[in-house]
Design a protein around this ligand. Structure first.
Ligand code: B12
Ligand code: SF4
Length: 448
């Protein structure tokens, strides 16, 4: 038997294919490969960088689906099904809105694949594949499985190894899809298993794709202690409340952390309260002055993530957010338009208030484009929100800003390695800003 794994792209630019410049290994597919019994042949195709051979013989196709890739995932599924091949889908979007997803495939797994993957494959082989499997969220992510990385070889991915220590986060920011997926819970793998996985591969640069690696301080400390002797460099995502725990920060730095994606979200405390972001309490409302000073002291290269389009945002306040990010010389920053992901509290609020655009299903809509507003904001028009967020990305990633931000002695210029990282990735992200803006979802249009 042969299984084909697929990572869909988001879509294409108006008259050409879109090829992702920052292609990283699709970890979920490496895990599905590892869960598959060895007598089943496994191949993987990544739609972000290679054509999908629809006519290559295979028995079953498994596609990972996020909200941004749903439209393209359905097209791919359709191609295989029209050739008589069964498809199975899973991932973040399949968990958020399984009813929609199951219309486009033969089987959907709602949640983590680990508890039911082998059962599903056995059912398929026995000719009794069910339409839906709904596993309980396992208490230990990955369940003693070491990712199969041989399926990534020769594809030209960035030389950074993706893995997870934990899944989920115990907070409940109102726009966060992960918070819905994991029902505001945080699950950790045993540290020895993570170390075993690190030792099973050769790279010294790791990306822990955890939602919030410091969600449980004591467990994170356990991991960091075990990482110290391995002499690695690593990056991840973490919430700002970590800065209150000195021991945690000391261990983090000693264990080789280069920096984290941190959800700053907004510089206004009214916005922070609105989104229920209780990790970012900033009682003195001083534009995170002490937090930024600490991040510099620890030498962390910060990727500051902002969401724009909150009810208390104005065009001026969004512009000021970009000025703040440049002034503070963050290594990288994202200015994401607040998106109503299905089934999140934010989606429900927008629906109730009649503020959803694109029939409430922007991810499927023919007219929707990447990085466009999909709600009616309070203090500006949707087009103004689209334009100001694009302007922030353009300005933050402009050559002059890249130059200005480089000159931060305690972070970006701390070591030649840090400086090189800064200089390699900033131009790459700048290129992506223009390539991705306004991109179509899916490869087909109504006329195709
Ligand atoms: C790492 C990451 C990235 C990396 C991508 C790395 C890569 N490989 O290319 C980078 C930084 C590039 C990135 C970019 C973006 N990301 Co991102 N990212 C993540 C993150 C933190 C981890 C994803 C991951 O690898 N998880 C580990 C794997 C093992 O978990 P998993 O995918 O959930 O898989 C399990 C199950 O879902 C299930 N499963 C998954 N697939 C399948 C398939 C089948 C067939 C089956 C049966 C089961 C199954 O089983 C798996 C094992 O248990 C998630 C947060 C999250 N919790 O998912 C956000 C997340 C996926 N990203 C998100 C977003 C919005 C984006 C961007 C659009 C941001 C932007 N505005 O530019 C971009 C573009 C994404 C794209 N598709 O191109 C959102 C998606 C929301 C949604 N509703 O879909 C998330 C959920 C973050 C969030 N909190 O909202 N991202
Ligand atoms: S802290 Fe981050 S991961 Fe946790 S709920 Fe908020 S946005 Fe989601």
């Amino acid at each position: 038997m042969k299984l084909t794994l697929i990572k869909p792209n988001i879509g294409r630019r108006e008259h050409s294919l879109y090829v992702d410049e920052a292609r990283m290994e699709p970890l979920q597919l490496g895990i599905l490969a590892a869960l598959t019994p060895r007598d089943i042949e496994v191949v993987m195709y990544d739609d972000r960088m290679e054509p999908i051979p629809y006519d290559e013989p295979t028995d079953i196709v498994a596609i990972t689906v996020e909200t941004f890739t749903a439209r393209r995932a359905y097209e791919i599924s359709n191609e295989f099904r029209s050739r008589g091949v069964k498809t199975v889908m899973g991932g973040m979007h399949a968990m958020l809105i399984p009813k929609e997803v199951e219309e486009h495939c033969d089987c959907v797994i709602v949640g983590d694949a680990e508890p039911v993957w082998e059962i599903m494959l056995k059912d398929f082989q026995d000719g009794c594949l069910k339409k839906r499997y709904e596993p309980e969220q396992p208490h230990c992510p990955q369940m003693n499985v070491i990712t199969r990385r041989d399926i990534f070889e020769g594809k030209g991915y960035l030389p950074i190894t993706l893995l997870q220590f934990s899944r989920g986060c115990s907070h409940s920011c109102n726009f966060c899809a992960s918070s819905v997926y994991f029902k505001a819970h945080h699950y950790c793998r045993p540290v020895e298993e993570v170390i075993k996985e690190i030792k099973s591969q050769k790279r010294k640069l790791l990306f822990f794709v955890d939602d919030n690696i410091v969600c449980n301080h004591e467990k994170a400390k356990e991991l960091f202690r075990a990482l110290i002797p391995l002499k690695l460099h690593w990056v991840s995502q973490g919430s700002m409340d970590m800065l209150g725990d000195k021991e945690l920060m000391e261990l983090m730095v000693k264990s080789g952390c280069l920096g984290l994606v941190i959800g700053f979200e907004s510089i206004s405390s009214a916005c922070i309260a609105e989104m229920n972001k209780n990790t970012n309490k900033n009682p003195s409302n001083d534009l995170y002055k002490s937090q930024i000073e600490q991040l510099r002291k620890w030498g962390l290269q910060t990727w500051a993530a902002f969401t724009v389009g909150h009810d208390s945002d104005t065009i001026e306040s969004i512009r000021a957010t970009c000025d703040f990010a440049i002034k503070n010389k963050f290594t990288f920053a994202a200015f994401n338009i607040l998106m109503p992901y299905p089934n999140t509290p934010f989606y429900e609020k927008m629906k109730k208030e009649g503020r959803l655009l694109y029939d409430g299903k922007w991810w499927l809509h023919e007219e929707y484009r990447f990085n466009y507003a999909s709600i009616v904001p309070k203090n500006m028009t949707p087009d103004e929100l689209t334009e100001i967020s694009f302007d922030c990305r353009r300005r933050f990633n402009s050559p002059i800003s890249i130059l200005k931000r480089a000159l931060e002695p305690r972070t970006n210029m701390r070591t030649p390695y840090r400086f090189a990282t800064y200089l390699i990735y900033n131009p790459l992200f700048r290129k992506e800003v223009f390539k991705k803006q306004g991109m179509r979802f899916g490869m087909k249009t109504g006329e195709d």
